[in-house]
Design a binder for this molecule. Sequence first.
Ligand SMILES: O=C(O)CCC(=O)C(=O)O
Ligand SMILES: [Fe+2]
Length: 375
Amino acid sequence: MPSLSEVYRAHPVHVHHKNLDFNSLQELPESYTWTHLDDHTVINSNNIMKESNSSVPVIDLNDPNASKLIGHACKTWGVYQIVNHGIPISLLDDIQWVGQTLFSLPPHQKLKALRSPDGVSGYGLARISSFFPKLMWSEGFTIVGSPFEHFRQLWPQDYAKYCDIVLQYEETMKKLAGKLMWLMLDSLGITKEDIKWAGSKAQFEKGCAAIQLNSYPSCPDPDRAMGLAPHTDSTFLTILSQNDISGLQVQREGIGWVTVPPLHGGLVVNVGDLFHILSNGLYPSVLHRVLVNRTRQRFSVAYLYGPPSNVEICPHTKLVGPTQPPLYRSVTWNEYLGTKAKHFNKALSYVRICATINGLFDLNESTKSSGLDRF
Ligand SMILES: O=C(O)CCC(=O)C(=O)O
Ligand SMILES: [Fe+2]
């Protein structure tokens, strides 16, 4: 089975690492100026609208109804926040500290750990940058597998303490991701007997993951800049820890962009493209973006979780029937990442199928421009 790093290497995305010294820029350069930010009218669930249907649901994992609440949140929002998740605040603080320390290094030091052109791990601009004509006001560091080599470049003396935190974070988040998977599957009526590849202990031991550290420096002209452009994650689910600076927004159909307010100790969980496929379209993979701020630097840590790279993911048989035809063909994560690397936010439509009286056909083979494309 190919590792996640090999999968990414097989599907390179070419990003030109231009100027990453944000502190040296007193004005927003033309190359960072987004002209289509006319939809800045945003619902900030912190202060404008208080109705529950206008803010991302917050779910207490100790609530006996957690699975039901999560199901409702996934169906209506494709995203929710969790509290009482069992991850110690000290570990969340530690991983934020790794990100803050890393991004505070001088630019020439960070460039020692630059992501290679066909690699996934390391420092650099967001991989999605290649799909947009303008640059994003952010920098990232991706960890797949061991961070040892890169961390040794960044911190020759004390890399071990940073590695230890990452390993501990990975281990802890993997367990939480497995727990969330079952809560989400349970909300769809899918039981442990129904998912064979979850492993003998049904803990998704072979699931693959990446950790993405993000930094959004303060910006001289935030209204015309973009921290991270709109995208969906290619994962089953993503668990995000954000510091106390807002910036993350999710798109809610019929409402627009909604800010996900930082919640101390809380974690944001996004439905990703692969869970959308598994749920036969019942749970939308949430379109999200990040805006930036004039005075405060924002940090986030995303735990991107998916299946073993060569397991076939398809709409679950329990969610398919005469009145509910499968909306997607089966894909491995490996194959899906290749489709995403080529077609980005249109990738889902490339694995979509359509039922007709003549049976099923591959939507993309028949009608290249589909009205069914979500984005
Ligand atoms: O920084 C955030 O809040 C979101 C990050 C994100 O969407 C990602 O890393 O995929
Ligand atoms: Fe994301």
